[in-house]
Ligand binder design. Structure first.
Ligand code: NDP
Length: 334
């Protein structure tokens, strides 16, 4: 039973030494418990926050404890009346081969799910995040301009495609020409810009001749700086993530733009609202699942996954994601 624990807390970007691979005996389920065999492990940006002990909306992983994460598992042994051997479940058992559960928090996926790993992506947390943040906070309307970065990831890619279904003109932002091509040709965005281009801010201005009505915030940093002057009166900004800052150890160098931001919020009457998906919208998951499965079966939403083989490669894949090296929803085939 391999497991990856947090060996030490990162300062800045995580490095290999922050993780440790251990081998421990496979646990034996007691009465009322199941033994889960991890098949897929989801890697997500929020895990960077759990590696630090700065105050946040969720507790950090303790040093020497198993890294947390959503998993899709098969029930290997069941001593629980509600679960049978061989069935698939969505769990939160973290970066390890095996885990025990008393059933709390498990969602059943059936005996023969068609795409079990989708429970970690398009049908799970990232898809749900895209859906609620865009529709509830972003309130996109036909003919409006929607801008979203991390445009080929599970959140951004889904945001843009839902925006299109609502009749928006969708401008994506992604790292590099290959991702940008996928956003326009694969996902049908109207345009996609490379945030690494030296004239990125100018390109964004040209791509949004009518300004920006909805900016779905995934990254912060210089992308937000380029977006801010383009926001229209009564624009909505769902604040979903700020990945460009997750490794930051201090505030960015000046000038201090807080007063510019506040003045823009006031004069443009912006709605800027953060959200944490399950805390704020957990009660609306069924609504999302119904609509998303319909869109998927009608081919209206495309979904790209990047599978990485082997638990032992999880740290490297995770560190890569924070640098934009993933292309699609990052999932480890344990
Ligand atoms: P992604 O798979 O899209 O991975 C992250 C991507 O962010 C990278 O591939 C990279 O894409 C981009 N990125 C990384 N660093 C930078 C940077 N400095 N500037 C611009 N882009 C950068 O992740 P998800 O789709 O899972 O998550 C997207 C966002 O949503 C994250 O911020 C995450 O924290 C947030 N989130 C929030 C939730 C909530 O409840 N509020 C729930 C789930 C996710 P590229 O190469 O294209 O730049």
């Amino acid at each position: 039973n391999r497991r990856i624990v947090l060996a030490s807390r990162p300062v800045g970007a995580p490095v290999e030494e922050n993780f440790r691979l251990e081998s421990v005996p496979v646990p034996t389920p007691g009465e009322g418990e199941v033994l889960l065999r991890t098949v897929y492990l989801s890697l997500d940006p929020y895990m960077r926050g759990r590696m630090s002990d700065a105050p946040s909306y969720a507790d950090p992983v303790a040093v020497d404890e198993v890294m947390v994460g959503a998993t899709v598992c098969r029930v290997e042994v069941s001593r629980h009346p509600d679960f049978s051997e061989g069935e698939w479940v969505l769990a939160y058992s973290g970066w390890q081969d095996y885990a025990l559960s008393d059933g709390t928090g498990l969602s059943r996926l059936g005996k023969h799910p068609e795409n079990p790993s989708h429970a970690l992506g398009i049908m799970g947390m990232p898809g749900f995040t895209a859906y609620m943040g865009l529709l509830d906070i972003g309130q996109p309307k036909s003919g409006e301009t929607l801008v979203v970065a991390a445009a080929t990831g599970p959140v951004g890619g889904t945001v843009g495609q839902i925006g299109k279904l609502k009749g928006c003109r969708v401008v994506g932002i992604a790292g590099g020409p290959e991702k940008c091509r996928h956003a326009t040709e694969g996902l049908g965005f109207h345009a996609c810009l490379d945030h690494k281009a030296p004239d990125f801010a100018e390109q964004l201005r040209k791509a949004c001749p009518d300004g920006i009505d909805v900016y779905y915030e995934n990254v912060g940093g210089k992308v937000f700086d380029a977006v801010l002057p383009l926001l229209n009166t009564r624009a909505r900004v769902p604040v979903c993530g700020l990945i460009s800052q997750y490794n930051a150890t201090r505030l960015p160098d000046g000038p201090d733009r807080l007063s510019l931001l506040m003045r823009t919020i006031l004069t443009k009457r912006l709605t800027v609202r953060g959200f944490i998906i399950f805390d704020d919208y957990g009660h609306r998951y069924d609504e999302f699942a119904r609509e998303m499965s319909q869109w998927l079966s009608l081919g209206k939403i495309q979904y790209r996954e990047q599978l990485v083989d082997d638990l032992e490669r999880a740290p490297e894949a995770f560190m890569g994601m924070l640098q934009g090296r993933n292309f699609g929803k990052l999932v480890v085939r344990v």
